[in-house]
Design a protein around this ligand. Structure first.
Ligand code: GLU
Length: 392
């Protein structure tokens, strides 16, 4: 099964966590050298690789006399400002010894949520890949305040997988994969070798396990794997401290946990709507509209909208919720907040009379909509400041 899965792969995103390439006090040079050696070999073998690397904060925190993980955002930003250049300097040297040139790309959630900036970022990475230069991507921690943060690099790596249209995501962690229970507390915990579908039962296995140095625990890795799966991409979570682990994964050896891609793949655009674009508001729909969307593949008409909250413009993403507030779909709206407030509950044929113009019959067209409740995400449910609300 595994060897078949790994055959004919070309483009891979490799995410390496801080826990793998740093010690308590800073970067772990030996690990970075080993990783660069392994990636260098894969590049020579013809793989196209994009590296998403954490480690900026751990590389910089020593200069601020911080032990453990910095807690406040300004301290994280300061540590990242110091550490990112140190991290890149180390990578440049280590990959240089492999004859591999590197390029740095720092992203915030906002960069990928805006379609134009998303496409720009994609062009940059693709051009680097074309020239066989290894893109090394991290979150732009120095400017990433809470609202525009990916939050963790597991999340970032799954979005990068869609960005570069990779065929596999490998998450190098400081644990051996997903276990049926927390291996730090249960000696008889068993590694799960293969996950065909990330069910709630599988999510429960991840618990809230976290690492000492990194941001993500197993749960953020599962979410990343789930997003990748919906994009039609498999994910392997393995221990990045194990020597030559990348090669072993690609040889089809039974190491770590392999998450298979979902049977039905989402288009790149829908994936972007579901996971990358941040919803700026919520539209609360009556039961008829919910049924039309969920069961009958329909677009959202203004007549089905009961109330609205948030602050959104035309082209922003919004959550479509039932009256209990549960998200049933997510989509891009053709009308802004003030327009929706005026046309909600009304027939499409009245839009022109009410607004004096009409863009479309529907508020969210089916083609710009992803139905279902996307896997829990950190930012999910957070409303931007200054919300308007028509809710009672
Ligand atoms: N961007 C952070 C860093 O470079 C890491 C975030 C994470 O650990 O997921 O330190």
């Amino acid at each position: 099964m595994r060897d078949r899965f790994f055959k004919a792969l070309k483009s891979i995103v490799i995410k390496v966590g801080s826990g793998v390439i740093s010690t308590d006090t800073g970067l772990d040079g030996d690990r970075i050298d080993a990783l660069s050696g392994d990636i260098g070999a894969l590049l020579r073998a013809g793989f196209e690789i994009t590296l998403v690397s954490s480690g900026a904060i751990s590389a910089g925190k020593g200069d601020l006399n911080i032990h453990g993980r910095p807690q406040s955002i300004p301290l994280k930003q300061a540590a990242a400002a110091i550490g990112q250049s140190r991290l890149m300097r180390y990578y440049k040297k280590a990959f240089g010894e492999q004859g591999v040139k590197v390029g740095q790309i720092l992203l915030t959630q906002e960069d990928l949520a805006d379609r134009k900036r998303y496409l720009n970022a994609r062009n940059t990475v693709k051009t680097l890949l074309e020239y066989r230069i290894l893109p090394i991507i991290n979150e732009n921690d120095t400017v990433a305040v809470e609202e525009i943060r990916f939050g963790d690099n597991d999340n970032l790596s799954s979005m990068v997988t869609a960005l570069v249209e990779a065929q596999l995501l490998i998450i190098l962690s400081d644990v051996d994969g997903l276990y049926d229970r927390d291996p730090r507390h249960y000696a008889d915990a068993r590694r799960i070798s293969l996950v065909e579908k990330i069910s709630s039962q599988i999510e429960a296995m991840a618990g809230d396990s976290g690492t000492q140095v990194g941001t993500g625990g197993m749960i953020t890795k599962l979410r990343a794997a789930k997003r990748a799966a919906l994009y039609g991409v498999g994910t392997v979570i393995v221990n990045g401290r194990t020597p030559h682990i990348l090669d072993r994964v690609l040889q089809g050896e039974d190491v770590g946990t392999l998450f298979l891609p979902a049977a039905e793949k989402m288009s790149a655009r829908k994936h972007w709507i579901a996971f990358t674009k941040k919803p700026r508001g919520k539209l609360f729909l009556d039961d008829g509209a919910v049924a039309a969307i969920v069961n009958h593949g329909k677009s959202l008409l203004p007549s089905g909208i009961r109330s609205v909250e948030g602050k959104f413009g035309r082209g922003d993403a919004v959550s479509l919720c039932d009256l209990s507030g549960r998200e049933i779909a997510r989509g891009v709206t053709d009308y802004d907040l003030s327009e929706v407030m005026r046309i909600m509950g009304k027939k499409s044929s009245n839009i022109k009379d009410i607004l004096g113009y009409k863009y479309h019959e529907d508020v969210v067209h089916r083609d710009n909509m992803v139905v279902g409740s996307p896997p829990a995400r950190k930012d999910y449910g957070n409303e931007p400041d200054g919300n308007a609300s028509t809710r009672p």
